[in-house]
Write a new protein. Structure first.
Length: 302
């Protein structure tokens, strides 16, 4: 880039680091901070998709009449699954076609690109909607959230979340879709909150933005996804926020959903309003990701 542009970008990054780099008592910061600053100012900025209208991808690979021909369902199963840059699609499809995930009514997915979402929906015979949030620096592919459903998707939209990360300026979103469950409208949201680098307060703002966006849309709502609640106290604060807004923590007690070098982490959750959870769990079989798919089975809405 031109020197003047590079200078403005570097200056912007320095400004964004003032909140995270400690000052020394003198005029100089600590040597580790200088090294960190040097590394971070060399990081590329993300290419984001802030337009609420798109890009948007959708498709319907359901067999005509397959759902309407069934007897009255007794339950509704929701799965949330972060597929780690949508790399191991074949392994993910295998996981989604075996118990306990097989036959899921709704799958909320994160870290997806359009081709991976379409392939999974095609293999499973599902309708889908997908919005990318950004182009990820890791592989240059689109990076966003999807909802896949056995039931008709009648409406959908993207929710832009506040607080892009301070280093890459990477944007985060949620995707909300209204499903028609035999005349009962159900709003389902696929969430991917920012990493702890933005701070707990910022991630709680992101969750509250999602709640505000669906508030009043209907009596039945499911908010599922990767809340990035890895730092101490963040899961408890997130549950407290949702509980205070009338949501039940439907995935309570399932345990960790990510294996890491520092141990298991409870990053993924499902919150619900207007449905009764009857069974829940984490599928710890290989699924092609560092996240294990989390599932919750609800009683059919009355």
């Amino acid at each position: 880039m031109p020197p003047d542009t590079a200078g403005r970008v570097a200056h912007g990054r320095v400004a964004s680091l003032r909140q995270v780099l400690p000052r020394s008592k003198g005029l100089l910061v600590a040597p580790w901070a200088i090294l960190l600053l040097t590394l971070l100012t060399a990081c590329p900025l993300a290419v984001n998709y802030p337009d609420e209208a798109g890009p948007r991808y959708s498709g319907d690979h359901r067999t005509a009449g397959a759902v309407s021909a069934e007897q009255e369902p007794s339950s509704l199963t929701v799965v949330t699954f972060n597929l780690a840059f949508a790399e191991n699609v074949t392994e993910a499809i295998s996981a989604l076609t075996r118990p306990p995930l097989a036959g899921a009514d709704v799958i909320a997915m994160q870290e997806m690109d359009a081709s991976a979402v379409d392939r999974i929906a095609r293999e499973l015979g599902l309708a889908y909607v997908y919005y990318p949030a950004s182009v990820h620096q890791k592989d240059g592919d689109d990076f966003g959230n999807a909802l896949l459903s056995r039931w008709p998707i009648t409406e959908d939209r993207k929710i832009n979340l506040p607080h892009d990360d301070p280093y890459h300026q990477q944007h985060r979103i949620a995707v909300v879709a209204t499903l028609d469950l035999r005349g009962t409208p159900v709003q389902v949201v696929s969430v991917h909150n920012a990493t702890p680098i933005v701070g707990l307060s910022a991630r709680l703002d992101q969750s509250e933005t999602i709640i505000d966006a669906v508030d009043g849309m209907g009596p039945v709502q499911v908010i599922a996804g990767d809340f990035n609640t890895s730092d101490p106290g963040s899961l408890e604060q997130t549950v407290k926020l949702f509980s205070g807004r009338g949501f039940e923590w439907a995935s309570e007690g399932v345990g960790d959903t990510v294996d890491s070098i520092i141990g298991g982490l409870p990053l993924d959750s499902v919150f619900v309003r207007g449905l009764t959870p009857v069974e829940r769990g984490v599928d710890r079989s290989p699924a092609g990701s560092d996240h294990h798919p989390l599932w919750v089975r609800f009683a059919w809405p009355q």
